[in-house]
Structure formats: C-alpha cells, structure tokens
Design a protein around this ligand. Sequence first.
Ligand code: 3PG
Length: 306
Amino acid sequence: MPKVLIATEKPFAAEAVQLIKAELDKAGYPHAWLENYTDPKDLHAAVADAEALIIRSDIVDEAVFNAAPDLKIVVRAGAGYDNIDLKAATAHNVVAMNTPGQNSNAVAELALAMMIYMARGKFNGKSGTELSGKKLVLYGFGFVARYLAKMAKGVGMEVFAYDPYLSAEIMTKEGVTALHSVEEIFKTGDYISLHIPATAETKKSINWDLLGLVKPACILINTARKEVIDEESLLKAFAEKKKFRYVSDIEPEKHAQLMELYADRYYCTPKKMGAQTEEANINAGVAAARQIVAFFEKGDKTYKVN
Ligand code: 3PG
C-alpha cells in the first residue's frame, strides 16, 4: 500500500490529525507525520520512502522531489499552491493537487474579523467606525470571496467584486455588483479585500498606480499572499493617506518598519492563521487524504493543478 507522509511546519489541529489518520487507516495506507519542522533537510529525509505527500504552506521544490524517488502525488491541503514547484513536479512525474474551497469559510471569517478590528481602531478604546453601509470590494471572486460577500451583506455592507477570469453574471448571481477594471476596485472600496493568488502576473501588481487611487480612509485586507503587494507603494500609501489602513494575515517583508511607523493603522497576525481552525483543518486534511486514496485506487486526478 502506498505510504503517505504528512509534512506540516504548521500542524493541523489535533482533531484533524485523528480524522486524517482514520481516513488513511480505513484505506490501509501506512502514514508518517513530520510536524513543526524548521529545517528542509528533515523533510528531505522524511519523504525518502513516501509515495504520497500532504502539505500546507510547506515548500515543495526540486530538492524535495530529488529526495523523494517514489513520490507519485503531492496534495496541498488548502487553496494556494504557489509553494509547490509545478514544473519540477511534472518533470518528476508527480501529480500535484490542491483542495479548493475546503478552508475558505475560515479565511473569510478571519477577513471579516480583521475588518472590524481595524474599523474599531485595533480595539484601542476610542471611537471607531461601523461596517454597515460601507462599500466592500472583493478583488478575486473565488470561494473565500464568496463566503465573505455573504457575511459582509449580513452586516449591511454594499458588496462589489472584480475578477479578471469571471463574468459579471456570476457575481450578479451571487448578489454582488460586478466592477469592470482593477482601477475601479481601488477607487470604489471603503474596504478592499484581496483574494488573488500569487502568480508571475500578480506579484507586486498592487503598486502605487492602484494604491494611489484609494479613498483616504480605505482599509486594505490581505488574507491572500504578501507577494501581490508592492511594499514600497504600501509605505507610500501610509505616508500620503493619513487614514489609510492595512491589515494582513501574511507578514510583509517590511513588517518591522510598518510597526515602527504606523502601528495604529497596521496589523498583521502573528502567524498566518486564516485557515487555522479545527473545521478548516478537518475539511482540507481529510479531503487531501481522500484525494490520495481516490488517485491510487481509481486514477482520479480531479483537482490536479500541474
Ligand atoms: C491556503 O492557500 O489554503 C491558505 O493560504 C492556507 O494556508 P495554510 O494551510 O498554510 O494555513
């Protein structure tokens, strides 16, 4: 039976670990666990005899594939797979998959919490503002954005979205007003929430051309990827727009500088914690285990991304 390695620098919740184990035990697949590791060499050693690998944001690059001669499949228990070198996976005949949608509600809930936290001045005891009646723009309209749209409407926000890969009809069907350009996003939002992946096209794409357009008191929420922001432009936005705020679930390169200069208008979670709920860990982890079993038993390649 194929051996599965679960390698998570940031471990799944204990409840999820039990359920992933149960899923693999039911299929009769042996499994090994590498949690909280800090040295990639530990991953290289652990993956040496694995035929399947489950990861989260763990880096799976050429060196990992070289260390894993038997590997047939790697599943990213989560949505974004920018941490997997897809070209190397293909070159090594390894199928790469993600588990889309499985942790999205958790990320959306965190985005909503972050919006309230910033609107209320990081709970500093002073008078803040309300979300109700404000305009939220979602940049990207995948699973997380759709959950967030429903939540935001629940608190009385007006919700807009733009996604270069989706038609306006899809947004209208979800009860959201479609915008038609990236510029419109940045001009329209009192709150702008990012839901785009980190790709060659999107990296550093949120630059001064866009940030220069935002309303003076705009709150920018990033539960996506730090790489999509041009951090020099972010600093300029803080300097030029005295009420601009930025809240992120992924630590920017310039975190220390932002804390020093703009701690009242900037916040970043101590660890990337959007998907850190029992429920999200169970959904994504169990889905990953099931996808591995379906791949070996039936050749099922649904959710293949390479
Ligand atoms: C994802 O892409 O699914 C999220 O960014 C969650 O990442 P994590 O599993 O590292 O928390």
